[in-house]
Design a protein around this ligand. Structure first.
Ligand code: XMP
Length: 326
């Protein structure tokens, strides 16, 4: 295994110029390492894997094969954005895998959060492995490892609780951003021409909406979750909170309450809004979202999202509540 300590002489990448220099250096190093071989990358559309993809596309073009697995638990518009940015705009070699039914079938009736995580993680590896086996002569596996992952101080990726690829699928690792901190990855992402919406994306857990659709996931509640999350993101963006609040999302529990809609009694789900700020995700405080904005979001969600009749705002800091509900 190669050296995993950030060189002491490495300057912190804070400007466009420093990012350009880093990119030029990496392109050189990647071409030397990879030669005319092929590289495989699981491209989620998150900041880290997107920056690695963009770097590799610059360095080796179509020798990079990106695999985007849509497990049905992504936010509204995300799979479409990955295809648009990487296939249409960057002309990348992108394999899009629609694995929605596969994941949702496996998750059917499973209510335990850790069990859900295990199923999603294991199924992800299985789908990726199947795609890898379809390709000939791939020697390298690229990963969006960043420095906090190596230092193991970031709880976000430390959550992953599944093993890696099987032994017979042996790849040499390509980790071009492994010495970068998150803010540096974003500066590099901007210099690479990735859209701001991708570069400044809030953290999104690997199991995605799967841990926000509480208990056993059903397709209708998942849809209510995806739609309410999209409304929340739209309203936060329109009101200057995007990029200011560290993480914000909706949660749909697996119980219903009574209400009235159009003069008739309803029995529908509530939607919970969570909006928090943190430095390292170990502790978190709740964003003081203006009450009028919360009222507007409530009105939109209850009128636009089928099956929802109430909206709640989670006021709990971490501790005692974790950021996610599961
Ligand atoms: P909690 O809920 O533990 O979350 O306060 C801290 C941060 O970690 C993210 N998170 C996850 N990320 N896989 C991930 O990749 C997971 O299973 C997972 N669970 C929580 C969470 O979104 C927050 O940013």
């Amino acid at each position: 295994m190669s050296n995993n300590k950030r060189p002491e002489t490495m300057e912190r990448i804070t400007t466009r110029e420093l990012a350009d220099a880093f990119i030029a250096e990496q392109i050189d190093a990647l071409r030397k390492q990879i030669g005319d071989k092929k590289v495989l990358l699981a491209l989620s559309g998150g900041v880290d894997s997107s920056v690695v993809a963009a770097l590799l596309i610059k360095a080796i073009g179509k020798q990079l094969v990106c695999v985007h697995v849509n497990h049905g638990l992504l936010r509204k518009g995300e799979p479409e954005q990955v295809v648009e940015v990487f296939r249409n705009q960057m002309d990348a070699n992108l394999v899009y895998v629609d694995a929605i039914d596969r994941f949702l079938d496996k998750l059917e009736g499973v209510a335990d959060p850790e069990q859900k995580r295990k199923i999603i993680g294991a199924e992800f590896i299985r789908v990726f492995e199947e795609e890898a086996r379809k390709l000939d002569d791939v020697d390298f596996l690229a990963q969006g490892t960043i420095y906090p992952d190596i230092l193991e101080s970031g709880p976000v990726k430390a959550h992953h609780n599944v093993g890696g690829l099987p032994e017979d699928l042996k790849f040499e690792l390509v980790e071009p951003i492994k010495f970068l901190f998150k803010d540096e990855v974003r500066v590099v992402g901007q210099a690479l021409g990735l859209p701001d919406g991708m570069v400044f994306r809030q953290p999104f857990p690997g199991p995605g909406l799967g841990v926000r659709c509480l208990g056993a996931i059903t397709r209708d509640r998942l849809e209510a979750l995806r739609e309410s999350d999209a409304i929340l993101r739209e309203e936060f963006a329109a009101n200057g909170l995007e990029g200011k609040v560290w993480q914000y999302f909706t949660v749909v529990p697996d119980f219903k309450s009574t209400g009235v809609k159009n003069g008739l009694r309803s029995f529908d789900w509530p939607v919970i809004i969570r909006a928090v700020n943190t430095r390292d995700a170990m502790t978190a405080t709740v964003e003081n979202v203006p009450f009028e904005l919360l009222q507007k979001i409530t009105a939109r969600i209850t009128s636009e999202v089928p099956g929802v009749n109430r909206v709640l705002y989670d006021l709990t800091p971490k501790p005692t509540g974790t950021i996610e509900w599961e």
